[in-house]
Design a protein around this ligand. Structure first.
Ligand SMILES: [Zn+2]
Ligand SMILES: [Zn+2]
Length: 136
């Protein structure tokens, strides 16, 4: 009688240890990392306000509402506001929020070109001076 009870208990334990992991595995199969993709934009973003959209999981179809990134500024063309001999100071402004961006454009090509010409002339003069000096 006692032996029968032990056998019974052992078989119950074996059954438990066999089926419990299977159940856990089944639960793990049900659980997945949702893979969301934006499916519908509810409100477009601007550069000052985040919009929001519906995202749908590609595996189970679960939907969530999430904020979406700010939009890029909508800038005007670059405009020159200050000019120097070699540099041009430019500004542009966002048409939506008014944020300003500035940049400096260096016009160096002509300047360097002029320098090269001056250098060549100087070299020629030096060469001529040396030539005349050694003649005497
Ligand atoms: Zn999912
Ligand atoms: Zn803006």
């Amino acid at each position: 009688m006692f032996k029968k009870l032990i056998t019974c208990l052992v078989s119950i334990l074996i059954v438990m240890f066999t089926f419990v992991p299977i159940q856990v595995q089944a639960q793990q199969k049900d659980f997945h990392n949702h893979y969301y993709k934006m499916t519908k934009v509810l409100q477009e973003s601007t550069c000052t306000e985040q919009g929001y959209a519906i995202f749908t999981c590609q595996h189970c179809g679960k939907t969530v509402e999430r904020k979406i990134n700010y939009a890029e500024h909508n800038f005007t063309e670059w405009e020159e506001y200050k000019k120097e001999e070699k540099r041009s100071f430019q500004v542009r402004e966002c048409k939506v929020c008014g944020e300003q961006e500035t940049r400096v454009v260096v016009k160096s090509n002509r300047y360097i070109g002029g320098n090269i010409v001056i250098c060549i002339i100087a070299l020629v003069i030096v060469a001529l001076i040396i030539k005349f000096y050694y003649k005497d």
